[in-house]
Structure formats: structure tokens, C-alpha cells
Design a protein around this ligand. Structure first.
Ligand code: GTP
Ligand code: MG
Length: 231
């Protein structure tokens, strides 16, 4: 019992853990359904996680420009509010659905499941599905969406220490994208250090350093996506 206000702190903490367990379990069950759907329909689903403004939508715009005429691409756009990002994607000619969380700082498997019902209406399912998560390096890391692959992105303007400060996003991803490399002359960001920190958490990470503005490093990213969707 707390001396200050009389609350039962231990019981409160236990209750929070029980609620968290229930949320996680129900998310995992739906994520497995999403994963099974992607597998059955030959869809490679890439969940992109980063802080706000790291360049997720810009990366997707450029990726659609480079690949859209060869590979059918769809995008689920996660945001707290607005349909701005989905409109940007549609302007590039790809199928896009905006998922607004109405305040939640991450997408969850249920929201993605609802959007799957929309892609079921497409004449031909996409081969490559990008899921742009809500801009946030913390909460999205804890929610499996049933994706095939998770990519975490950090821009040069954010600092090379981010892998160490937000480890879960790096431990649960298979790809690490360092974006906005055209800004390297203006920031004290070391690509080597960022890579070293990320790989110390997860040695399996595949690392890309690229600029959507200049196109530097983009060929490797596109080749990777082609390989990923070729089987
Ligand atoms: N210099 C430079 N700027 C970039 C690059 N990529 C994106 N930007 C800029 O960064 C800003 C944010 O880009 P977005 O693509 O909207 O970022 P986001 O991660 O989708 O943002 P949220 O969806 O709000 O989390 C925009 O002003 C882009 O023009 C890049 O490679 N170099
Ligand atoms: Mg965006």
C-alpha cells in the first residue's frame, strides 16, 4: 500500500501487465492471419518503421517510380490523422489505403487486417505491399502486423546513436535504412558508427544507406526488392 495516497501500487502494476498480455496475444493471433494471407497470395509485405519525417513516404514514392511498371505495388499508409501520405502514393500511380489510428502511436494487426479486405477487391493482388507505420521509433516495434519483413529507418539528421537508444526497433527488424545521405556534409552523423551500433544489437540486419533526393544508394535498394519479390 502506498503511504502517500493509499493506492495499491503492486496490484495496479499486475493489472497493467495482465491487460498488456491480453492486447499482445490478441494482436499476435490476427498478425498470424495476416501473415497466412500474404503467404497464400504471394505478397511480400514490408513494414517500415521510423521517427516522424525520416523520409518513409518519399522513399516509397521513389521506389514506385523505379519499380512500379515492373512490380505491382500497394501501400498501407499509417498516420494518426490526415490522408496526405496516401494521396502522395496515389499520385505516383500505386494503390494506397490510408489507415488513420485516431491517436494511437502505431499500427496494429487488426487495422492491417481491415485494409487486407480492401486489397482483396483488387483485380490482381500486389506482389509488393509496403506498410508505412506511424512515425515513431518506439511503439510500432512492439506490434507484429504479420509482415514478411520489417525495415527500420533513421535519417542522417536524427543522429547515429539512434540504434542504441531505440533498440527494440533494430532487434525486431531485418533491414536498416539510413536515409537522407545527401545531408551528411551538414550533420555529425557517422554511417560506420550507426551500422556498428545497429549490428551490435542485430548482426543479421541488412543495411542500406541512400538518398531519395539524389538517388545515391538507390540501385542497391531496388535490386534488393527485386530479389525479394522474385521467388
Ligand atoms: N534532403 C533530403 N530530404 C529528404 C529525403 N527524403 C525525404 N526528405 C524530406 O524529408 C521530409 C519528410 O519526408 P517524408 O517522406 O514525408 O517523411 P515520413 O517519414 O514519411 O514522415 P511521416 O509520415 O510524417 O512520419 C520531406 O520534406 C522530404 O522532402 C532525402 O533523401 N534527402
Ligand atoms: Mg509519411
Amino acid at each position: 500500500m502506498c503511504d502517500t495516497c493509499g493506492c495499491n501500487e503492486k496490484e495496479g502494476v499486475k493489472r497493467i501487465y495482465r491487460i498488456q498480455e491480453r492486447i499482445t496475444k490478441s494482436n499476435e493471433e490476427i498478425a498470424e492471419k495476416n501473415r497466412a494471407y500474404f503467404l497464400k497470395n504471394g505478397i511480400t509485405a514490408v513494414n517500415i518503421i521510423s521517427a516522424p519525417g525520416s523520409g518513409k513516404t518519399t522513399l516509397l514514392e521513389k521506389t514506385i517510380e523505379a519499380l512500379g511498371d515492373r512490380i505491382k505495388i500497394a501501400v498501407f499508409e499509417g498516420d494518426i490523422e490526415t490522408t496526405l501520405d496516401a494521396e502522395r502514393i496515389k499520385n505516383k500511380g500505386a494503390f494506397a489505403i490510408q489507415l488513420t489510428t485516431g491517436g494511437a502511436c502505431h499500427l496494429d494487426a487488426q487495422l492491417v487486417h481491415k485494409a487486407i479486405h480492401e486489397i482483396e477487391k483488387m483485380e490482381e493482388p500486389p506482389k509488393l505491399l509496403f506498410i508505412e507505420n506511424v512515425g515513431n521509433l518506439v511503439c510500432p516495434a512492439s506490434f507484429d502486423l504479420g509482415e514478411t519483413l520489417r525495415a527500420v529507418m533513421v535519417s542522417v539528421a536524427e543522429g547515429d546513436d539512434k540504434p542504441l537508444k531505440y533498440p527494440k526497433a533494430f532487434k525486431t527488424s531485418q533491414v536498416f535504412i539510413i536515409s537522407k545521405t545527401d545531408l551528411l556534409p551538414h550533420f555529425d552523423f557517422s554511417i560506420e558508427k550507426a551500422k556498428e551500433y545497429a549490428l551490435s544489437l542485430n548482426p543479421e540486419l541488412k543495411v542500406f544507406a541512400l538518398s531519395a533526393k539524389t538517388g545515391e544508394g538507390f540501385d542497391e535498394w531496388i535490386a534488393f526488392l527485386e530479389e525479394l519479390t522474385s521467388s
